[in-house]
Design a protein around this ligand. Structure first.
Ligand code: PLP
Length: 394
């Protein structure tokens, strides 16, 4: 079963091909947010931590995400941002392999993942090294020097997908800890974190999970290691008894030890409501429908816009839920598309990126988008001074 367009509030005249950056607004979110603000915060005040059970919301929402990534109840917690969760997972992984000094990622990983690794290396100051081979060379770079392999499954630029099973197995065969960033995977492709055996997974919830701008991130930890992982950011919410107010830190004996500080209750409630969209949804059906959409888009664009070059893998099994084309005037062309209601995004230097999700897109939308794209490219509609100035967010 697939969720339906009617569950979302999308403005008339918009074909939204950017759910991979910021998912659209699911309909129940507004009502829930008003309730949290008026009844819970406004009416209950401080009592709401108990009466509205704000205290367990991080974990309840974590369990709902767990279902979408194949993780058992009690193994996922939400809060903070993805950058923080990357840091936590990596710091914990390094502690698990104290005799090793190499972090292995790839040179196409999302910048913040690499920056967090560099920052952690500087903080620890014990001679750690970050290695970033090309994605296709990662398997060969997994040696017994590697403490942790930290990769993003779906490349944010091209949609290229790493082989999660094979890489996790290779990491484990070499004695390394495996961390997967699922930012462009959660809510887009079927996942089975439990079966993968990876120690950690992290991800954000404002992309395919539609949690809204600034929605909290999530972290998964394999159940058998939860009680021993070292929480690098030992915040009071990860303490066994936060309200014992002890001067010393004792980590919770559950996934809650990866909480840090007070959760963003309003955003977390919005995310909770947004996740209703997935009730009864089947990720395998979703994946099949999303592949059909992206295949139709690629065929349409290649037929009508020969000046564009596909930079995503042609084999749909090797790409996530997005399609990217390189075009010399990509920035201006994307601005011209957006001006005509077809919203995707641009990634430097020349990539036009489009996200596909059957949650609220159908074949008709894809064909209409191709038509607009064909006009923009073939009639040079992008060649207008108003489309040339770069804004802060592309
Ligand atoms: C979107 C994304 C991020 C963003 O991190 P935030 O802390 O939420 O800003 C990080 N890593 C990857 C791989 C992403 O795709």
């Amino acid at each position: 079963m697939l969720p339906h367009k009617d569950l979302f509030d999308i403005p008339d005249g918009v074909i939204y091909l950017d759910g991979n950056s910021l998912g659209p607004l699911p309909k129940g979110v507004l009502e829930r947010t008003v309730k949290v603000l008026t009844e819970e915060w406004g009416g209950e005040l401080i009592r709401a931590w108990n009466s509205a059970d704000w205290m367990s919301l991080s974990q309840r929402v974590g369990d709902r995400i767990g279902r979408l990534i194949g993780a058992p109840a009690g193994s996922v917690i939400t809060g903070d941002t993805l950058s923080i969760k990357v840091y936590q997972a990596l710091a914990a992984a390094l502690k698990m392999r104290p005799d090793r000094r190499v972090i292995l990622s790839d040179n196409r990983n999302f910048p913040t993942d690499l920056y967090m690794a560099e920052g952690l290396i500087e903080t620890i100051d014990k001679g750690y090294e970050l290695r970033t081979p090309a994605p296709e060379d990662v398997l060969d770079a997994i040696t017994e020097e590697v403490a942790a392999v930290m990769l993003t499954q779906v490349d944010y630029r091209s949609g290229r997908m790493h082989d999660l099973q094979a890489i996790t197995k290779a990491a484990h065969d070499a004695g390394a800890v495996m961390i997967w960033d699922l930012a462009h995977s959660a809510g887009a492709i079927p996942l089975d974190m439990a079966a993968s055996n990876a120690e950690f997974a992290v991800g954000c919830t404002y992309k395919y999970l539609n949690g809204g701008p600034g929605a909290p991130a999530f972290i998964y930890t394999r159940p058998d290691i939860i009680e021993t992982v070292a929480p690098a950011l030992a915040g009071w919410m990860g303490h066994q008894e936060p309200f014992a107010m002890e001067p010393g830190y004792r980590p919770a004996m559950s996934i809650e030890r990866l909480r840090v500080g007070t959760p963003p209750i309003v955003q977390l409630s919005m995310l909770d409501a947004a996740l209703d969209v997935w009730d009864g949804a089947d990720l395998a059906d979703l994946r099949e429908a999303s592949i059909a959409l992206s295949e139709a888009f690629i065929a349409g664009v290649e037929k009508h816009c020969p000046g564009l070059t596909l930079v995503s893998p042609r084999d749909p099994q090797r790409r996530g839920s997005q399609v990217s084309f390189a075009f010399e005037h990509g920035y201006a062309a994307m601005q011209a598309l957006i001006d005509r209601g077809v919203i995707g995004d641009f990634r430097a230097p020349d990539i036009m990126r489009f996200g596909f999700t059957p949650l609220y897109l159908d074949k008709g939308d894809v064909m209409a988008a191709v038509e607009v794209m064909s006009e923009v490219i073939n009639d040079d509609l992008w060649d207008d001074p108003k489309y040339q100035t770069r804004q802060k967010v592309t």
